[in-house]
Design a protein around this ligand. Structure first.
Ligand code: DQA
Length: 138
């Protein structure tokens, strides 16, 4: 089982960024917890603040990996390109968000990822990633 977590813009600042929304833990620390918990899963992590790099990574892994856990962050609400990339590849994508975007500003209620994702998990803090991984193991 080969999975990758792909994080979009500003998620490199987790731990520092708006802790009341996103918590106090860095993603690197949380990723180490996930690797420890899912020892039998080949788990990779990629983050970029650049839309084209996210699309490039989806294309690169999207015909061979078993699953992509994608938090496209702000690009969720704007990126036709990321949505098209997900449609173009064969690897299923589970969309995740740390916060419950539907409880927040209206512009966060729109997602270009949801219509092309296998499923969506949001609002459970960092645990959203864990739940997404579990969805691929069942
Ligand atoms: C987010 C929600 C997005 O609206 C926001 O732009 C993010 C993080 C989340 O995980 O809650 O950067 O994807």
């Amino acid at each position: 089982m080969k999975l990758i977590i792909i994080n979009g813009p500003n998620l490199n600042l987790l731990g520092k960024r708006e802790p009341e929304v996103y918590g106090n833990k860095t993603f690197e620390d949380y990723f180490a917890d996930l690797q420890f918990k899912y020892k039998d899963v080949q788990l990779e992590y990629f983050q970029s603040n650049i839309e084209g790099e996210l699309i490039g990574k989806i294309q690169e892994v999207g015909f061979s990996y078993d699953g992509i856990v994608l938090n496209a962050a702000a690009y969720t609400h704007t990126s036709v390109g990321i949505g098209d990339a997900i449609k173009a590849v064969t690897t299923p994508v589970v969309e995740v968000h740390i916060s419950n975007t539907h409880k927040r500003e209206e512009f966060r209620h729109v997602s270009y990822i949801s219509p092309v994702a296998k499923g969506v998990i949001l609002g459970f803090g960092l645990q959203s990633y864990d739940l997404a991984i579990q969805s691929f193991l069942k």
